[in-house]
Design a protein around this ligand. Structure first.
Ligand code: ASP
Length: 440
């Protein structure tokens, strides 16, 4: 049995958290590869080390004095080192090098990556594991896209030589040989790459929540936990705003058929959430999860006999493409087509898009409406289950929520419902109550 364990920033924010992590790793000898994030927030108003590093970079770039920020970062690590009792260990030399590099021509990616790099050094020392610099085993192309095959090969060869190691998250090596980071939260991806490369039995992703909840805890008080979720369900939910794991963290493990187990460092006995390719385990409820977002607009295009006009849809979508706007959904009727877009992205370009649609597709009219919220009700259990849509809509009707749009893919994995922004939370609560509390 081989496990890759990734710990998020809040799990490594200070020495107390570090010790919990050490206990978790030592409790199971199969936890052989460890991927740490940079120290995160110790309390609500605290600043993550990664954010301090970006601040330091901007100060250095503008020729300002960055010594206070550097000292603040250093004290975060010094506190951890002292708290762990690593008396004969110091990062002084590393910090001297970082300072020197910041005075040269540093990049933002180099600066930001030092959070994970230094935490990796401390962690390796604390555990007595070997340290592998991620810049030696993770590679990006000239567009900043991960070179998945090369990375897997080099990483696998390296890990084959090292039975236990710490590999810092979040960065690798760019095409120019310089350090390059993933987008924020990218240590999740590193963990997944390591797990895929060593063909781990499981990729454990340790954070500060006990897995995925059926609905957002900011809307539902104490929601129930999702025990098992498939990759596809997760993709639907994260696209709609459920965020525990970086979206790109799925691919490296998925291609190797490795499950992800989301766990809570502060509640290690809890089983967390399992993310799997497929399962015959029934979820406790018909639905697996509910997620949603506010701030969408609809562009309704009317044209008589649209259904028989070949190429109409392409012309309309071309208008969006030329204005560099991606669309989210596209429900359609016989003489109407609706394009759902993000309001933020669309608002500045709306008149341009309208005139481009007129030019290409000659519609009879175009109507734009704003303040739409989208809610995705996701569940593998919905397939071939009668009455799910009926229950959703009766719950919404009872809660006096008007449904403005409905979209169900033929996969039967999700139903998307559009409601007014101001009805968003009421709608989520109504659906949650119907499926989880009433449980019929
Ligand atoms: N430290 C980085 C961030 O704050 C990456 C990570 O934690 O995954 O985004």
């Amino acid at each position: 049995m081989k496990k890759v364990v990734k710990f998020g920033g809040s799990s490594l924010a200070d020495a107390v958290q570090f010790k919990k992590v050490g206990d978790i790793i030592r409790a199971d000898a199969s936890r052989v590869y460890v991927v740490p994030s940079a120290p995160g927030k110790r309390f609500k108003k605290d600043t993550k080390v990664t954010d301090l590093l970006y601040r330091m970079f901007h100060q250095a770039e503008e020729g300002k004095d960055f010594s206070d920020t550097l000292a603040e970062i250093k004290s975060r690590y010094d506190d951890i080192i002292t708290g762990l009792g690593l008396d004969d260990f110091s990062l002084d030399q590393e910090f001297a090098l970082i300072e020197e590099n910041m005075k040269g021509s540093p990049t933002a990616d180099y600066a930001a990556s030092r959070g994970e790099y230094l935490n990796g050094r401390v962690m390796a020392r604390y555990l007595g594991y070997e340290f592998i610099d991620a810049a030696e085993v993770i590679f990006f192309d000239e567009h900043g896209v991960l070179l998945a095959d090369k990375t897997k090969k080099v990483m696998r060869e390296r890990l084959d030589q090292v039975p236990r190691a710490v590999i810092p998250g979040f960065y690798g090596q760019g095409f120019d040989g310089k350090v390059k980071t993933f987008s924020r939260g990218g240590s999740d991806i590193t963990g997944s790459i390591v797990a895929g490369a060593c063909r781990a039995d499981v990729y454990e992703n340790w954070t500060d929540v006990s897995g995925f909840m059926v609905a957002d805890p900011r809307i539902i008080n104490n929601p129930v936990r999702i025990e098992t979720i498939t990759y596809r369900e997760l993709r639907e939910l994260s696209y709609m705003g459920a965020s525990v794991l970086h979206e790109d963290a799925i691919f490296p493990v998925r291609s190797e058929g490795i499950p992800i187990n989301i766990r809570n460092t502060n509640e290690p006995e809890a089983d967390g959430t399992w993310i799997v390719e497929s399962t015959c385990q029934k979820s406790g409820y018909v639905i697996t999860g509910i997620a949603g977002k506010t701030g969408f607009c609809t562009v309704l295009i009317n044209k008589a006999m649209m259904n028989s006009e070949v190429g109409f849809g392409r012309k309309v979508l071309q208008a969006f493409e030329e204005n560099d706007i991606s669309f989210e959904h596209m429900p359609s009727g016989i003489d109407t087509m609706t394009i759902v877009v993000h309001e933020d992205e669309f608002i500045h370009k709306e008149q341009r898009v309208v005139s481009t649609i007129h030019r290409y597709a000659q519609p009879d009219s175009i109507e734009i409406e704003s303040d739409l919220a989208l809610i995705a009700v996701v569940g593998r259990g919905m397939k071939s289950m009668r009455g799910t849509a009926g229950r959703i809509f009766s719950a919404l009707a009872h809660a006096h929520v008007n449904v403005r749009m409905i979209d169900q893919g033929s996969s039967e994995l999700n139903i998307i419902i559009g409601v007014e922004n101001h009805d968003f939370e009421t709608a989520v609560k109504a659906i949650y109550d119907m499926f989880v509390l009433t449980q019929i």
